[in-house]
Design a protein around this ligand. Sequence first.
Ligand code: ADP
Length: 346
Amino acid sequence: MDGLSPELADARAEIVRLRQQLDRQTRALDNLPIGVVLVDPRGAVVGRNAMASGFLGAGHGGVLVDEAVGRMIDLARRNGRASTDVRLYGPPLRVVTVTALSLTDGGVLALIDDVSERERLEAVRTDFVANISHELKTPVGAIALLAETIVDEDDQDVVRRLAGRLADEAHRAASSIDDLLELSRIERGGAAGRERVTALSVLRDAVVRSLAAAEQCDIRLDLDEPDPAVAVWGDRRQLVSAISNLIDNAVKYSEPASSVQLSAASDDGSVSFVVTDHGIGIPTRDLDRIFERFYRVDRARSRDTGGTGLGLAIVNHVAVNHDGRVSVRSVEGEGSTFILSIPEAP
Ligand code: ADP
């Protein structure tokens, strides 16, 4: 073989094999979603994967991460292990955890992990728990106070009035719990029960669900029935819940004796469900935030109308579960139009 002695040929084959193995390991390291820096026993950097190079080369943030890596490597040499968080104030804020571990040969392995998303989710979770506690504390506190007052009250008229308020507060707490359970079911379940659902049946079922509330507020629901062939692939219960939440809002934020228009139409591969009211409208500055859980433009009005601040979060999640989207157009004092677009069933 190439006139080489068998020993040299074997050595060359071994070198080729080792090089291939090294290439494979380098590729694997480069594909890791965390940065890896390897330092030899003398303290010299002998390896760095692609992610680590990306972190360390990133401008001012890179300098801070580089400094933390050096510091953790020194500490790990002495203590076996060291870890720190580096906060890079963006925007967006990024949080990077640098961990260094000493190796048996006296070298050190440093790991650089971008934990920004984990931190963000943790902050969302903590906020959510704080918000739920606040939402439930208000009616539950009122229930306790009203019950205590009733115990000491002899006047039957006053007792009746207080009992009515007590029932209202209990209903308010129950609505919040219902919406929380609905949101959690929708968030957890994706769009599990997918089937072919006609737009007409979704609108009709949603109208049935919201009719009593509309009649109570003297609001007419005008359903412009779509072609029965217009359909989406989706979870019927979620879609009805989304449209019904949009109708409930349209009713809540309109004056009595007005009307709400409902329609659906197929448009460029999507079905757009449209709910239009002629109510108070939404200030432009709030439009970006109304789909957040518990966000309200007017806390007092939402509370007076039995709002939980979760309706539009539910609608948004139904859209996400169906690869669709929800949008809004609104003019203060004139009204709002919400459009839920869901991919059309083939
Ligand atoms: P709520 O239970 O308070 O109605 P939502 O999540 O359903 O909570 O809506 C968030 C906020 O968006 C409401 O508090 C209200 O300020 C505003 N909003 C939603 N729908 C409408 C609408 N059709 N007209 C005017 N404001 C609306």
